[in-house]
Structure formats: C-alpha cells, structure tokens
Design a protein around this ligand. Structure first.
Ligand code: 4AD
Ligand code: MG
Length: 479
C-alpha cells in the first residue's frame, strides 16, 4: 500500500479510490453511528477525517487512538456529509504506530498559550499555529534562494567559527577546547589561547559580511544565508542569541542600488509567501483577528494580516536620511509632549519607539533611513563627503522596527584603515580584509536581513521565539 500526503488526498485524489494516510491524531469523537478521527501529517494545515463504524475495530485497538497518537489509516475516499470538509476516508484498516497516554500528553485539543507551548517546543510543531509558521518559514527560505539564483547571485558559505568581530560590538560567544577549570596561562598570567584549538581566540560569527565582501570582490554578486550568534543580553520580542541572517554583497553597487535591491528582494519573498502559503496565511490571519478582539480599540490594527502583506508588496518604501528623520521626530507630538522615553537629538542611536513612530504613525509604510552619523555605525561603512555621516541604510517595518541593516562599504584603503584604528580594532587582525582595498578595490555594498524578523512580519506572530523551531535566548537553550 502506498501512502499519500494528506494535502494530496484532500485536494487531488480521486473519489472512490482506496487511500492510506499516516499522521497524528488531533481528535477522536464517538457518536452513536460512527467514530470520527481527525488526522494531520504536517503536509497541510487541514486535517482529514477518517470514519469508522461502531464495532468495526476491536475496542482494544480503538482505545489506543487518542489525541497525539500516531496512526496509519486506510480506506475509501468518499464525499463527506459533514460540514467543514469535502472528502473523508471510510476506514477499512487502522494501524497504530505510537500511543500518547491522554493523562500525560500535554497537547490536548484546546487553546494553549504561546508561553506554555514554548515550554514544550519538542511538541509544538504539532499545533496548527506552529506548523503554519514552520511551513511559511520554509517557503520564505526557498524564496530567498530562488530570488538570488534568478538574479545572478552565488550562494557563498561563510565560516561560522571566526577570529574577527564583524560588527565590532563585542557580543560574541567564545569557541574553545581549553580546559576552563584549569586553562594554560602565558607569562602575563592571562589565558594562553596560543594553546587553544586554532592557536588563537575564536568565536561564533555575528555576521558573514566581511567574508561575503571577499566573495563579492571576485564573483560579483554573492549572498550568505546562515546562522549568526550574538551574546547580547536583550530579552525582547525581537532578539535571539542565535538567528539566521541573509547577507547579499554586490560589487559595483552604491547605496541607491543597495536600497533598490533590498526593497525588491523583500517584496519578492513576501509575494512568494502570499502566492504559495494561502492556507497557512488564512489560518494565521484568523488567529490574529481573534487576538485583536482582545485588545483595546485604539490598539487594534487597521489592516488584516493579508492586507498588511499586500500593502508592503504594492507600495514604495519611504526613503529619507537620518537627519531628515531626526527633524520629523523633533517636530512630533510625542517628542513635544515628552512622551518618548529616550530623548531625541542629532547623533542618537534611534530607539525602537522612534523607529516605530516614523513607520507606524508618520509614514504608515516601510521606511528606509540612510546616512547615519558615523559614530553609531560599524567601521566598514563608507564615509560621506562631509565626514560626519556614513552610507548606511536601515529598513524599518511596521510592528518590527529594523528588519534590514546595510551600507555601501568603505573601499578606500586609507579611510578604512583610519576607521579600523578609530574603533580600536588591531589592523593586523583584519589584514586580509584590508588587503582587498589594496588589490583591485571596487565600490561595493550589501545588507543583512534578519530572517526571523521577516518570518515574524509575514506570520503576524508577536514574539521572535515563536518563529524559530528552537529559540536560543538568555538563560534558555533547552531542546
Ligand atoms: O544590523 P545588523 O547588525 O547588520 C549586520 O550584521 C551587517 N553585517 C549586515 C550586512 O550589512 N551584511 O544585523 C542585520 C539584521 C538586523 O537588521 C536584524 O533584522 C537582524 O539582522 N538582527 C537580529 N535578529 C534577531 N535577533 C538579533 N539579536 C538580531 N540582531 C540583528
Ligand atoms: Mg543594525
């Protein structure tokens, strides 16, 4: 007997055919005339209903079929009399792979809080919400690769273990094989990393960009898509200690080309999800509508999830400089009324409350901010002529804040060397990076998209811990 995914049986299999599906029991319901088993196998958000006649199967077997158990169901596909489904399976054979003791199985068919589900991350993919999120996550990852492949980019695998701090923020996880209870010491009494595995200090990467630039200055257009790690103690709904980042890097691109690419790219991958994840998005849209009802009127979103996604795909992002944004903030009501927690003046690192004001209140659309003060941005960004600002760009999204950070890169050797020293990096440690500016340097640019922030936006979920299968956050690395 060949098995078929439930998605296929529900949409494409012929009536009167004998089919076999395998999956996990969502519910079992018994009435006088029939026993109904709802099965899901993860191929779709929908369950298939399998129907047995009373007395058809031994009581001992039926007893094992409970919520969470895993079964194979064989029978004739028939048109369903019941509401809610077009077809169902009239069972002829039932096999139980694995039982799930109803007294112990934590995922009962009722509403569980997202907080509770985080505690059972090993089982939560079996819920409608998480399976929908994970299928959309997959579709977005595929769309990312497809977009770049279709547009002449090469996928470059940059290292995960590295000796450099690309963002210069010192938020790195150390990688070592030294015995930390009794590490070797050098003459100064410090830990002697010369004796460590790589003969030097190494960390998990915070970004693949620096190596990505090396690739772009040979292959033209590259992108990375891999895990990145940040040991920042940020317990927010937008931060993970381990997240996935997509970093394209393009030779001969300047800031404007970079913005055009970023905008086209995010619109394209969101468009892909709209086209290919209709069932899952419809489910999440309803979920969100229910959630919105519990909020106060003024906090309810004006747009539904699908409307919001279409809005982003169909409208131009607003583009303005950091300096212009500061002027808008200085003129804003919340600033004048002292309602911002953080003060606004030229030179500050914009806080999320400022970003959200610009995106959600002032422009009501995605915004690209450019030309930030050099002091608040990384050393590799190209200096503007005035020497005060750099060719940075951040893309800000409603409900998310910063979703993309990028820039044109400093391609002038002397200026780059000055910036490296200015921020306190040993030039020798970046000799290979600096050399690319001595051997055939070229204008180039790139950006990083936080993949989970994109998945957050597309799924309408509220917490970044709920859009990655197994989140890593401060004090939490179970599963
Ligand atoms: O702005 P960031 O720090 O930029 C870079 O790492 C550059 N090297 C990118 C480049 O130009 N190639 O990070 C880029 C994006 C942010 O905009 C955000 O979406 C995401 O990565 N991000 C995080 N996502 C989840 N958890 C965190 N702790 C994140 N930190 C950054
Ligand atoms: Mg950033």
């Amino acid at each position: 007997m060949s098995y078929q995914p439930i998605k296929h049986v529900l949409t494409a299999a012929e009536i009167s055919q004998t089919v076999t599906v395998r999956g996990w029991v969502r519910t079992k319901r018994e009435s006088k005339n029939a026993i109904f088993i709802a099965l899901n196998d993860g191929s779709t958000i929908h369950t298939i209903q399998a129907v047995a006649q009373p007395g058809q199967f031994a009581e001992d077997l039926l007893k094992l079929v409970t919520t969470g158990s895993c079964v194979a169901a064989t029978g004739t596909l028939v048109e369903s009399q019941g509401a809610g489904q077009k077809v169902e399976i009239q069972l002829s054979d039932l096999h139980v792979y694995g039982t799930a003791d109803p007294d112990k199985y934590p995922l009962q068919p009722k509403k569980h809080s997202l907080e509770f589900l985080r505690e059972i991350a090993h089982l939560r993919p079996r819920t409608n919400t998480f399976s929908a999120v994970l299928r959309i996550r997959h579709a977005l990852a595929y769309a990312v690769h497809k977009y770049f492949n279709d547009n002449g980019f090469y996928y470059l695998h940059t290292p995960i273990i590295t000796a450099s701090d690309a963002e210069g923020a010192g938020e790195m996880f150390r990688v070592t094989t030294l015995d930390m209870t009794n590490p070797p010491r050098n003459e100064e009494g410090a830990i002697d990393y010369k004796q460590d595995f790589f003969g030097r200090e190494t960390n998990l990467t915070v970004s693949g960009q620096l190596e990505g630039e090396l690739g772009a200055l040979a292959l033209g257009k590259i992108y990375t898509f891999g895990p990145t790690f940040r040991a920042e103690n940020s317990n927010t709904t937008r931060h993970l200690a381990e997240f996935w980042m997509i970093e394209p890097e393009m030779a001969f691109y300047e800031l404007e080309d970079n913005m055009n690419l970023a905008e086209d790219f995010v619109k394209n991958v969101i468009g892909y999800a709209l086209e290919h994840c209709a069932d899952d998005l419809a489910f999440l849209e309803n979920r969100l509508k229910e959630e919105e009802k519990t909020k106060k009127k003024e906090e309810q979103s004006e747009l539904s999830l699908l409307e919001k996604l279409r809005f982003v795909v169909d409208n131009n992002f607003e583009r303005l400089t950091y300096t212009e944004a500061i002027d808008i903030l200085l003129q804003s009501k919340p600033h004048k009324k002292g309602q911002f927690q953080y003060d606004v003046k030229w030179g500050i690192d914009l806080q999320s409350e400022h970003e959200r004001y610009l995106v959600e209140k002032h422009f009501k659309k995605p915004v690209i901010l450019t030309n930030y003060p050099r002091e608040i941005k990384a050393f590799y960004m190209k200096l503007d002529e005035d020497g005060k600002t750099v060719r940075a760009m951040d893309v800000l999204f409603p409900g998310i804040g910063e979703i993309i950070g990028g820039s044109q890169r400093e391609d002038d050797y002397e200026k780059l060397l000055m910036r490296v020293k200015e921020v306190g990096i040993e030039p020798e440690s970046l000799w290979w990076y600096l050399e690319t500016r001595q051997f055939g340097t070229a204008p180039h640019a790139g950006f990083g998209l936080g993949f989970e922030r994109l998945v957050l936006f597309v799924t309408g979920m509220g917490n970044i811990r709920d859009v990655i299968p197994f989140p890593r956050t401060p004090k939490s690395a179970d599963f």
